[in-house]
Ligand binder design. Sequence first.
Ligand SMILES: [Zn+2]
Length: 198
Amino acid sequence: MRLYVACLASYNNGVLHGRWIDASSDVDEMQEEIAAMLRESRFPNVSVPCPHCEGEGMPDGSTCHVCAGAGRVASAEEWAIHDSEGLPRCFGEYPGLEKIAAFVELAEEFDHLDADDVATIVDHFGGLEFAETEMRDHFAGIYDSFRSYADEIADEALAALDPESIAVRYFDYESYARDLKHDMTIVEISTGLALFWP
Ligand SMILES: [Zn+2]
């Protein structure tokens, strides 16, 4: 999972300036990478504390070689996500780093799924918060077909009944599967069907 963060001041001046950064569950880590990219912009419009001496001057009293003792350096300010890999499409250009961090956490929590598949599920539910609830509370699992899931559920229920009873002997698996399918959410992912209870 990674994202391409672009400097908007450069972009508005017809210059492509940006970098790929790893999506991380740590917002500060991503923020630092973006800040470094913005300081390298050819179109600075703000000043920020010097990253080398942090505006405090050098501890040994020498002059900071990065800011020449000024304590601040030039930087561009605005940025946007212009490309990404493994992130939900519904995030768009300005999802905010907290949202990306929350998505990475969700993908780590469900690490038996590909991150791409987690992104597909988030897109299906149209947003991270709803998808989080669905995945944590309503996730039935991954199945090759809906019928194999329905048969499994039916067999579990029927196991409690007398195997010689009419209800069990003439149980209609097909119509049971059809009814169940009505109530559930089905998301196609790379390894099969991800199923969610209502
Ligand atoms: Zn400095």
